[in-house]
Design a protein around this ligand. Structure first.
Ligand code: Z5A
Length: 213
């Protein structure tokens, strides 16, 4: 099916650093879609397939050292499975896909955070046939330290969460650059406000898509 087919579902992603409220707002978007009787698949990266969830466990919790390139390849491998097994089939059947993180996360974390290069990360995905682009990306943004403070109460940090502040500052800057480069797709939402205020912004970004469905 061609990507402009009228029955093709919408592909919505949630992005941002740790503790910005992706999970909180994913639940909110799911309830909005349910209210409007829109069929959707809720999913996440890394993960979203059986193999992808194993790769997630490996990339976030592997003991010992891991080369940055290996981290990128594991994220990308999970994404290739996810696109092929879940995202494309759902969209082609008319269902929407709501995904907690996608390619923008690899651009931000591996391209900028790990300094592997934003264009190298984009090229790698093209080479692997991952060309699908979200229709809407909700970029929840707030100062890095504030997000990390929200997460402080949670258990032991994973491999990536244990990184230094500068790593997350680079990732945040890359996310904001993605938004500047693609303003029709990426909506920046100030995530430092109350849950209600953030949800009001999420709703106004989403409703034009819902109303057109
Ligand atoms: N990663 C990568 O490097 N490359 C890639 O390509 C991909 C991922 C796809 C897993 O991500 C890791 O993989 C992540 C990036 C990397 N690593 N790091 N670091 P994840 O999405 O599974 O995990 P996460 O980024 O660490 O997200 P999270 O921990 O689930 O946080 P969140 O979903 O953004 O936030 P939350 O759970 O909704 O909220 C956090 C807390 O804040 C919670 O107590 C809420 O009740 C509270 N909260 C939420 N909103 C508010 C407001 N507005 N006010 C006050 N308090 C709030």
């Amino acid at each position: 099916m061609d990507s402009n087919s009228p029955i093709r579902g919408k592909f919505i992603t949630l992005e941002g650093l740790e503790g910005v409220g992706k999970t909180t707002n994913r639940t909110f978007v799911e309830s909005l879609l349910n209210e409007h009787n829109i069929e959707f698949v809720g999913t996440r990266e890394p993960g979203g397939t059986e193999l992808g969830e194993s790769l997630r466990n490996l990339v976030l919790h592997a003991a010992g050292q891991m080369q940055n390139e290996t981290e990128l390849l594991l994220m990308a491998a999970s994404r290739v499975e996810h696109v092929g097994q879940v995202i494309e089939p759902a969209l082609a059947s008319g269902r929407w896909v709501l995904c907690d993180r996608f390619l923008d996360a690899s651009i931000a974390y591996q391209g900028a955070g790990r300094q592997l290069g934003v264009s190298r990360v984009a090229e790698l995905h093209k080479m692997m046939g991952v060309t699908i682009k979200p229709d809407l990306t909700l970029l929840l943004d707030m100062p890095v330290e504030a997000g990390l403070a929200r997460m402080a109460a949670r258990g032991k940090p994973d491999r990536i969460e244990s990184e230094a502040l500068e790593f997350f500052e680079r990732a945040r800057a890359a996310y904001l650059q993605r938004a500047a480069d693609d303003p029709d797709r990426v909506v920046i939402i100030d995530a430092s406000r109350s849950v209600e205020a953030v949800q009001a912004s999420v709703k106004s970004a989403l409703m034009p898509f819902v109303n057109a469905a």
